[in-house]
Design a protein around this ligand. Structure first.
Ligand code: MG
Length: 383
């Protein structure tokens, strides 16, 4: 029986993880659940799964959650996420919250020697080098939940002695694949929120439309698999069936495939190193007579290029990129800026914020906070 704490249980990954847990009650027990704002769903989940602790980070909802769950310990505030990951009964922490706010609880979980199912890619984007070193030092396994990284992770099982030559991160291309800058200048959030293959939360769906998601994933892959920038290539594969590819030094390639359903990588991460039977939809070859591949268009989708620049230069630049991106996505979702202006703001932040080559944890937290302030100023100016 694995005792699981889920950070972000009311989001897209969190609810799907609970679907997996519900289907395997003899394998998994929910030890703690956390949510930011969605008090109603959190209460419903807690009544069903009976965790020993529940956290609502937004304090406005605390009393409501506490009153609804008299037999469960209820905490509020962001620091309570630390208490959750340190619970002694927890074996496994699924980090499914969105954004750089995942960094501190992830570090706390590693120090508490809990294995991590990582669905919060921003943690590795912001401070990947530090987090991976800390995990190694504490003997903690970090099992990726992101579908591309789960694919690479699965391809590498049994290949521990064999160096990677290159990885190919597959990208669906999002809803605006093949569109030019003139088109992108006029797109609305409603269009951007319509992903062709994946059902996900709003932030990652916008990131997918702008290709920032693939840029963040490249940085995530760099740290997870200890790669140089020139070992990571993005290839557009609109069918989203091949989830990513590893190329070894003999030229041989391994790919992992499956229908685009996040429950698959979640299920794998929870069960690792085993594979547990599921009743998920099976792939049907007749539905996919052809797989296609093409190059990513970094001229129209500048975010992808900006992410590769940040990855290559390193230091706190990916942290700047990520913080600026979180602000512009929120601004785009609130109709404050246009689709292409998101890249303008990110680029200006990258050029303006102070570069730190060897950041400490405090440097990262400060960079994150300062970049958000500056990016918000730029958003107001653009508006
Ligand atoms: Mg992904």
């Amino acid at each position: 029986m694995k005792n699981i704490s889920i950070l972000g249980s009311t989001g897209s990954i969190g609810t799907q993880a609970l679907d997996v847990i519900r289907a395997n009650p003899n394998l998994y027990r929910v030890n703690a659940l956390t949510a930011q704002n969605n008090a109603d769903l959190l209460i419903k989940q807690a009544l069903e799964f009976k965790p020993s602790m529940v956290v609502i980070t937004c304090e406005d909802h605390y009393q409501k959650v506490k009153n609804a769950l008299p037999f469960i310990e209820v905490l509020c505030g962001e620091d309570a996420l630390i208490a959750v990951v340190e619970l002694p009964q927890t074996d496994f922490v699924l980090t499914a919250i969105m954004g750089a706010v995942g960094l501190k609880p992830t570090i706390a979980a590693i120090i508490a020697k809990k294995d991590i199912g990582l669905a919060n890619k921003e943690t590795l984007v912001v401070a990947g080098e530090m987090v991976m070193q800390l995990a190694k030092k504490n003997g903690v396994k970090i099992i990726p939940v992101d579908s591309e990284h789960s694919a690479i992770f699965q391809c590498l099982v049994g290949e521990e002695q064999n160096p990677i030559e290159k990885i190919y991160l597959t990208a669906s291309g999002g809803p605006f694949r093949g569109k030019n800058v003139d088109f992108l200048a006029t797109v609305t959030k409603k269009e951007a929120l319509k992903h062709p293959n994946w059902v996900m939360g709003a932030k990652i769906t916008i990131d997918s439309a702008s290709l920032m998601n693939k840029g963040l994933e490249a940085i995530e892959a760099k740290w997870l698999f200890d790669l140089a920038t020139n070992q990571i290539e993005v290839v557009v594969h609109p069918q989203s069936i091949i989830h990513s590819i590893v190329q070894f030094t003999d030229g041989s390639m391994k790919a992992q495939m499956g229908v685009p359903d996040m429950k698959l990588p979640i299920h794998y991460a929870l069960a690792y190193p085993k594979r547990v039977k599921s009743d998920f939809e099976r792939f049907n070859f007749l539905k996919y007579p052809a797989f296609t591949f093409s190059e990513a268009d970094t001229k129209s989708f500048r975010n992808l290029e900006l992410a590769f620049i940040a990855m290559e230069k390193g230091g706190n630049l990916p942290c700047i990129l990520n913080a600026a991106n979180e602000i512009v996505v929120e601004a785009f979702l609130q109709d404050k800026i246009g689709f292409l202006q998101m890249s303008d703001v990110i680029e200006e932040c990258m050029g303006t914020m102070q570069f730190i080559a060897q950041p400490t944890l405090n440097n990262y937290l400060e960079t994150d906070a300062h970049t958000r302030i500056f990016a918000n100023q730029l958003v107001t100016k653009q508006n």
